[in-house]
Write a protein that binds this ligand. Structure first.
Ligand SMILES: Cc1cc2nc3c(=O)[nH]c(=O)nc-3n(C[C@H](O)[C@H](O)[C@H](O)COP(=O)(O)OP(=O)(O)OC[C@H]3O[C@@H](n4cnc5c(N)ncnc54)[C@H](O)[C@@H]3O)c2cc1C
Length: 426
């Protein structure tokens, strides 16, 4: 999602820029093609911790960015002809719900909410007590909830593809009436894993009396044997970033998450049209337009919580069984007994890229320490990764912010928070 979004913004903001998008799999072959597609404006981190570690000014920047990012993405979808239908975008009728599974969780989250509202943020959120929550949901055992009024949903893989199409249009320079790929300034390499990014050292021939006669250059080598020359390289490699940037080991870690989709639910089982995070975000679900429920999480059920696991080809059997038990336990009137239990048609895993503070790394890379290997200069290299499970909401605006930085343009509608810069964080 980040790479296609960046390609789009670069192509539309600068009629002269040429972009090569290199993907080891294919567009939406990573987390983007495997997620629930919720555009949920929420911090995705502790507000109190953010205030304590980043300070008031920086925290305000992050909150402003968060408010604007999901709206900017939704506006882009609504205003681009055909995009809404392609990505099946809709606002969930009832918004989103953060459900508490214990009194302790309720206490902590209500304290967080108070800290936010005391500073004028998130004042539109609604608190539901335990009785109201269980009555409205038809559930048992929840200790209350916070309701978010505005949460959108998309078909995530299609959104990444839709943005790639818009990037191709923007890059077509008006050739083919602006809708084809001929004359394009965008090249997409799929099934091409980047294996190295080399600095191109100037040779004697590059110097004239006036000095160096060509700009700094980089070469990207791929597993297919391509060698791509570039002025700048942006690593939009999410949880896999440390393969090319070893200095990120331990700082940007892969975390595996499980997801399942039910068969379309019977009318008597239909859930509210509301997206749900429960148990501190370790359980989540959202209804789809065809009556299916996309349901996942549960990594807190296993030691190590799937941190460091980047295997999205296999599933953990214990997590699967806990996932299968959850809905009948909390919604017995809907899913009573094995015959009525939700039938899961598909199950899969996706890999999140987590940073320590849960904020992404977006900006120029600092030089790597010598321990990173022979080539530790990162001149001309940037990163846009580590969205810590919240990248669909932030991708579009983060990519715009970085595109503007690369093109030396003023910040756009949702300027990038300084706290996203890699400097000082790695
Ligand atoms: C189960 C699950 C549910 C989620 N739900 C939500 C949600 O509801 N809302 C939300 O906002 N976010 C959600 N997320 C997070 C969201 O999916 C990610 O933050 C977002 O997709 C990140 O996009 P990306 O482009 O950075 O990463 P990815 O989609 O993972 O893409 C990274 C790409 O980099 C490529 N790559 C890696 N290394 C190389 C290399 N060396 N050379 C070439 N290519 C390389 C990969 O092939 C891949 O295509 C969820 C994630 C998961 C896993």
């Amino acid at each position: 999602m980040l790479a296609t979004s960046l390609a789009y913004h670069l192509s539309r903001l600068d009629p002269d820029v040429t972009v090569a998008l290199v993907d080891g799999r294919h567009i939406a072959g990573g987390a983007t093609g495997r997620n629930g597609g919720l555009l949920w404006p929420c911090l995705n981190a502790s507000f109190k911790k953010m205030l304590a570690t980043k300070g008031v000014a920086s925290s305000s920047e992050i909150m402003r960015f968060e408010e604007q990012a999901s709206t900017a993405a939704a506006d882009f979808i609504e205003q681009t002809p055909g995009m809404r239908e392609l990505v099946e975008f809709a606002w969930l009728k009832e918004g989103g719900l953060y459900l508490f599974e214990s009194e302790e969780e309720a206490y902590d989250e209500l304290q967080e909410l108070k800290a936010m509202t005391d500073r004028g943020w998130s004042t539109d959120l609604e608190v539901w007590g335990a009785a109201e929550t269980n009555k409205r949901l038809g559930s048992v055992g929840y200790h209350g909830a916070i309701r978010y009024p505005k949460v959108g949903k998309v078909w995530a893989a299609r959104w990444a593809l839709g943005v790639a199409l818009q990037a191709a249009k923007a890059a077509a320079n008006g050739a083919c009436g602006g809708v084809g790929l001929c004359g394009s300034r965008l090249a997409i390499f799929e099934g091409a894993k980047a294996t190295a990014v080399d600095d191109v050292r100037p040779s004697a021939a590059d110097y004239t009396a006036a000095g160096l006669n060509r700009p700094h250059g980089l070469k990207v080598h791929t597993s297919r044997g391509d060698v791509i020359s570039a002025r700048a390289v942006v690593h939009c490699t999410n949880a896999y970033s440390s393969a090319l940037l070893p200095e990120l080991r331990g700082l940007l870690i892969p975390v595996r998450n499980h997801v399942a989709a039910t068969a379309p639910l019977h009318a008597s089982q239909a859930m509210l049209d509301i997206a749900v995070y429960a148990r501190r975000g370790y359980v989540y679900w959202s209804p789809r337009p065809d009556g299916r429920l996309v349901f996942g999480g549960f990594r807190d059920e296993v030691p190590g919580m799937e941190e460091g696991n980047d295997d999205d080809a296999n599933l953990d059997q214990h997590i699967r069984s806990r996932l299968h038990e959850y809905l009948p336990a909390h919604f017995p009137s809907r899913f009573d007994g094995a015959a009525c239990g939700p039938h899961f048609e598909m199950e899969w895993a996706g890999i999140l890229g987590f940073t320590a503070d849960r904020f992404p790394l977006v900006g120029a890379l600092p030089a790597a320490p010598p321990s990173a290997g022979p080539s530790c200069s990162r001149a001309g290299q940037f990163i846009c990764a580590g969205f810590s499970g919240h990248g669909m909401t932030r991708a579009f605006s983060s990519a715009e912010g970085l595109a503007r930085q690369l093109l030396q343009l003023p910040g756009g509608r949702a300027p990038l928070p300084l706290a996203f810069q890699p400097h000082g964080r790695m």
